[in-house]
Design a protein around this ligand. Structure first.
Ligand SMILES: [Fe+2]
Length: 457
């Protein structure tokens, strides 16, 4: 009869994991390693002695790691607060980490950009056991001034980006079930094995913080507006607008920090954490001819607006990836530009994750690519019970959102065309006449606000 140990050994073999290496260090060994790490002066940002001492004493007392305490900044995670109880991880959880890392390493060595691999080496991420956050947090701080804060679930985007503004990255503490490749909700495999190495790419780390600072600007403006009115309806509108602007800002984060590709040595390489935490998506994003790949210049307002106006789903591999030529170009994505383009996006019709837009520099046309009008046709003709293929949830909600904008502003397509510097086709004749009375009758009750990036994703 197969024992649990037989099963574990078979899983380890399948992923090329050395069985003996899946052995978590005990408390005393972790403390010794931490002491050595904290004393390291040969790093870009050595830890001041008083901070290091207090940090070490907390670890020594057995207090579980919660939020990094190596800078003068902190974050209040409220009900999302969590802690890493390192000794509570089971062997199966460590094995799950080891298998994921082994698979990731195979795909990362082939598909990750140089800078990302350098980050992995610096942070010593590729081990066979789940990292101890006391030590990992210290290493990250020494290299980048970023720190970790542990959370118990996906946190609201607003809090996620507040953390970013103070150089804290929220991480979960749970590990995905054995041999699971793609997760909709982030785990340590995504947050740590995927994200953490990107912090060592200085422009990506800065871009992450810039998103945090953009969040601060959006919510400061919201709070100022709220302070000027006590009208309930008006206050709700102001709050909704703040959340909406953050959503469009998040899309820039999504298509770069999470799912960005970079051209390197005449090849396409990945730097996005959402890609690199999934070995399957890593291969898919670069080698497959199924997704669309589009070259962008982040310093161009046209291309950044393209990102801010592009909706996506988080439930499957992406349909479109955006490729940058070099990392330096990300420097241009300042908090001010993020906010400005999010505000512009709020007024415009949007694209779905399948749309090919006139003016796009298309490197690869994916199998599910469609023209910008396809979403309206699918919405209308599928509803009329013809043989028209139904759109996915992203196409449907984008079509509904846009048709509502067109109903209010007949010039919306012309405005979008002008901002993108290319001619976007008007909505097919008759679609708006078909849509408007049905919408007024409440036929389209689908959620038109996409899910938020939130913590991790
Ligand atoms: Fe993520």
């Amino acid at each position: 009869m197969e024992t649990l140990q037989d099963r574990y050994r078979a899983v380890a073999d399948r992923h090329g994991v050395v069985w003996e290496s899946v052995c978590a260090p005990g408390f005393e060994d972790r403390l010794k390693d931490l002491e050595k790490c904290l004393a390291d002066q040969n790093v870009p940002h050595p830890i001041p002695r008083e901070k290091a001492n207090a940090y070490f004493e907390a670890a020594k007392s057995g207090e579980p790691f919660r939020v990094g305490t190596l800078s003068d900044l902190t974050v209040d995670l409220g009900k999302y607060s969590n802690a890493q109880h390192y000794d509570s991880y089971t062997f199966e959880q460590h094995l799950s980490w080891a298998c994921l890392i082994a698979e990731q390493q195979r795909s990362k060595h082939r598909y990750a950009c140089r800078e990302y691999m350098h980050g992995e080496e610096l942070f010593q991420i590729g081990g066979s056991v789940i990292p101890d956050f006391y030590q990992l947090n210290a290493r990250i701080f020494q290299q980048t001034l970023w720190q970790l804060s542990t959370v118990n679930m996906i946190i609201p985007a607003e809090l996620f980006f507040t953390c970013h503004s103070r150089r804290f990255f929220p991480v979960t503490t749970f590990m995905r079930p054995l041999e699971q490749d793609y997760l909709q909700e982030p785990d340590i495999g995504h947050d740590v094995a995927g994200h953490v190495s990107t912090f060592t790419i200085p422009v990506v780390a800065q871009l992450m913080q810039n998103h945090g600072l953009a969040r601060n600007m959006i919510y400061q403006e919201r709070d100022d507006a709220l302070a000027r009115t006590s009208d309930h309806k008006r206050r709700s509108e102001i709050e909704r607008r703040g959340d909406e602007l953050l959503l469009y800002a998040e899309r820039i984060y999504w298509f770069t920090v999470e799912f960005g590709l970079v051209s390197q040595d005449q090849e396409t390489r990945a730097y996005g954490a959402g890609i690199l935490s999934s070995p399957g998506e890593t291969r898919f994003s670069i080698d497959s001819n199924r997704p669309t790949r589009i070259l962008i210049d982040p310093s161009s307002d046209r291309d950044l607006l393209r990102l801010a106006t592009t909706d996506y789903l988080i439930s499957e591999y992406q349909k479109t990836y955006f490729v940058i030529r070099q990392f330096d170009l990300l420097q241009s994505i300042t908090p001010q530009r993020i906010v400005r383009l999010a505000k512009t996006a709020a007024k415009l019709p949007h694209f779905s994750w399948r749309d090919l837009v006139p003016g796009d520099r298309v490197l690869q046309v994916g199998e599910s690519a469609v023209s910008t009008n396809e979403k309206y046709l699918r919405l209308a003709f599928h509803s009329l019970d013809t043989h028209c293929e139904q759109g996915d949830a992203c196409l449907t909600r984008t079509a509904i959102r846009n048709l509502r904008i067109f109903a209010k502003n007949p010039n919306a397509t012309a405005e979008l065309s002008e901002l993108l510097g290319s001619q976007i086709a008007p909505v097919p004749a008759g679609i708006l006449d078909w849509f408007t009375p049905r919408d007024a009758a409440g036929e389209f009750t689908q959620e038109t606000r996409p899910m938020s990036v939130g913590q991790g994703d």
